[in-house]
Design a protein around this ligand. Structure first.
Ligand SMILES: Nc1ncnc2c1ncn2[C@@H]1O[C@H](COP(=O)(O)OP(=O)(O)OP(=O)(O)O)[C@@H](O)[C@H]1O
Ligand SMILES: [Mg+2]
Length: 362
């Protein structure tokens, strides 16, 4: 069990000020973060990610439900006794304190002797690759360096659980990619149980052992990045993660783990479970699962309506029987590029198809 985090049926209702009504921010969330693993809470703005994180940290009191670290029920334990550490988007560094004092802060308030603080601060500086900056003020560091100070300050107290709330949002795109790799490397090296809040799907994909996808205070799906991408359970998940083509269809037959789906372009068999004949469904076809061939090849015939050049890849809008399909093609130095109006054959494999439920009459 170690330092796993377990949340059971967690709820948070904010009472509106002056009778302005209630906000159900978190509506029955249960999840487990295994000891030493990293789980991201992913979802659109306002879905309740930060509120869940703040309840785990003890900054917010749950309206209902329980929180455990390992075997210990911590729902009513004060924040400063939980041995969790939070890393914020805004870094939260003390502007008038040196890097050294910022990192050592948590030990000073715990009255750790100065020589030990010194040793531990220097080993942290080493860990986050900031040796030589200890005398500087935060304003004399780059954004990425400031975030590393924040990380060192969170780690120095040896928390049981590390909590991150959009820690990289203030960094530019390139630095964000670099920092998320650093965070992942550090987290795996220290095997520290971590909960990471983000609304950035790429960040969630690259960092996570598991992703918890939230929507309106509830969990839509929990799974590994691959499960979430390849086997989304709902339209919301399929649409939130990556790009997709959604074709409205109806199940016509089922047979041992497969379903036959009718869409305007014809009928197709799809590996799936849990659907029944007459069920309305969305057939999901990812843009990279489609290939384009010469006219006459493949399952469907169409023509290119638009082509977008993105350097290493092309995005085509291909019209097939009145429906537009997005197709992603990785190309080699412009070989075989297609242009608007070109006729094409549309190719894909049955194994790349996926079904999610569709509300009837939508
Ligand atoms: N102190 C508060 N009082 C009232 N409502 C709040 C409070 N804190 C959050 N909320 C509401 O609870 C809901 C969830 O907020 P939360 O901050 O958890 O969302 P989030 O998923 O972290 O969003 P974002 O990606 O924008 O940070 C929102 O509707 C928000 O307006
Ligand atoms: Mg938030």
């Amino acid at each position: 069990m170690g330092n796993s985090v377990r949340v059971e049926n967690l709820r948070k209702v904010f009472e509106g000020r002056g009778g302005s009504g209630q906000v159900v921010a978190v509506d029955g969330v249960s999840l487990e973060v295994k000891d030493g693993s990293l789980v991201t809470l992913l979802g659109p703005s306002g879905c309740g990610k930060t509120t869940v994180l703040r309840m785990i940290a003890g900054f917010e009191t749950p309206t209902g439900g329980e929180i455990y670290i390992g075997d210990e029920r911590i729902t009513a334990v004060p924040a400063n006794k939980r041995r969790t550490s939070m890393v914020f988007q805004s870094y939260g560094l003390f502007p008038h304190m040196s890097v050294y004092d910022n990192i050592g802060y948590g030990l000073r308030i715990r009255r750790v002797p100065a020589p030990e603080i010194r040793d531990r601060v220097f080993s942290m500086l080493d860990l986050v690759d900031l040796k030589g900056t200890e005398a500087r003020l935060p304003s004399q560091l780059s954004g990425g360096q400031q975030q590393r100070v924040a990380l060192a300050r969170a780690l120095i107290t040896e928390p049981r659980v590390l909590l991150f709330d959009e820690p990289l949002s203030n960094l530019d795109a390139k630095l964000r990619v670099q920092m998320r790799q650093e965070i992942r490397r550090l987290q795996q090296r220290l095997r520290i149980t971590s909960v990471y809040v983000t609304h950035d799907q790429d960040e969630a994909m690259t960092l996570s052992d598991r992703i918890v996808l939230m929507h309106r205070g509830r969990i839509e799906q929990v799974g590994t990045p691959q499960e979430i991408y390849n086997r989304p359970r709902t339209l919301f998940v399929a649409d939130f993660i990556g790009k997709g083509n959604f074709l409205a269809g109806t199940v016509r037959a089922v047979d041992g783990g497969r379903a036959e789906v009718e869409i305007p372009q014809g009928r197709l068999w799809v590996s799936t479970e849990g659907f029944h004949p007459t069920d309305p469904v969305w057939l999901l076809l990812r843009p990279e699962a489609i290939a384009l061939g010469p006219p006459g090849t493949g399952r469907w015939q169409g023509h290119v309506a638009a082509a977008t050049y993105l350097g290493s890849e092309m995005f085509y809008d291909v019209m097939v029987g009145g429906q537009s399909l997005l197709v992603k093609v990785v190309h080699l130095r412009g070989v075989g590029l297609l242009g608007s109006g070109d006729p094409v054959g549309v190719l894909f494999e049955e194994g790349s198809l996926h079904l999610v439920g569709r509300e009837a009459a939508s």
